[in-house]
Structures are given as C-alpha cells and as structure tokens.
Write a protein that binds this ligand. Sequence first.
Ligand SMILES: [Zn+2]
Length: 184
Amino acid sequence: MTTDDETLEMLVAEMAAHDAPITMVLRPTSAFQLASLLQLALRHPGTAGAVRGVALTFIEHVRQYFRDAPTIFEVLRRGDDPVFDVPSRITPEEIATLRAEVANGSGHECGEWSAGDRCQLCDRPLAIRVRYEPVGGHVHCRLFTAPATTETFAKAGDLTFSEKEWPLVSARLATVAELLPEDE
Ligand SMILES: [Zn+2]
C-alpha cells in the first residue's frame, strides 16, 4: 500500500515523463456531450483552480466550433447559466408543496431554489459570495448564494472579466457580495 503522498509523488514523476501533447479527434456529438458534462462538473463548488481553467477552455473551443449553429450555441450558453439549471425549473405547484412541508418543520437545503434574493421555501434572505481567480488576462469568478443565517454556500454561477474591467467590477461587487480569492 502506498500513502496518498507517495501516490502524488509518483503521479507527478510520471506526468513529467509524459509531456508530449495528446492529439484527439472527437465527433461533434461527443464534443458537445463532453462540454455538457464539464458544465455539470463546473457546478460543483469543489471544481476549482487549474482544472476549472482547463474545463472552461475546452467548452470555449466546442462553443467556437458550433458558432454557426444557433440552437447548439444557445444550449451551450444555457449550460453556463445557472438560471437554466434543472432545479430552477421546478413548478410553482412543487414549490408550494415543499413550502408547506418546510412550514411543517421538514428540513431543506436552504437557498437551493432561490427566487431573487430569498429562499423560496423559507423566505430567508440570501448572502452572496464571489470567489475570484486571475487566469491568463482574465479574472474568473464563481458566484455562490447562501442563506444569511448560515455558512453553507451553494449554487455557483460563472463570470469572466478582463483584467482591465476587474478593478471597477471588483469594487462594485464588493458592495453587494463577499469577495474572496479562490485559494482562501
Ligand atoms: Zn430556506
């Protein structure tokens, strides 16, 4: 048995011995499916750092390939936009049922289905946290919301700004959200 540290050390050594670029040919369908899968992975708050940049670059290449296909282009755009996430498409009837259950004391993931600045199920106001990371000439941001009364942040949306825009954007963001670098 090797320890995690030893595994990491061997992984780094093996990676260093494989620096030739990988050339891959993908069918357009496969590229589209992979991009969708990466968009899903990017929703996970743990998807951070360099791996995030790789995923965003891949998705961008796929997007460029489909730039003359308006429907596919739009579906890829929606994949980037948390507003179109499946949970936000819950019906008003389902929301009403869940609200009643929460009112009767059942637990819920607060803020998971937010409307505006409130949790739709218990009406608690949401706090906003922005994680930012400079990548190349841009600053990638991930937005999280959380009920103001807890520390649990959930639901991320992505934004990218140029380094030129960042000073103004970050100053404005700081007035409405908690601004933190990715590595904190
Ligand atoms: Zn709630």
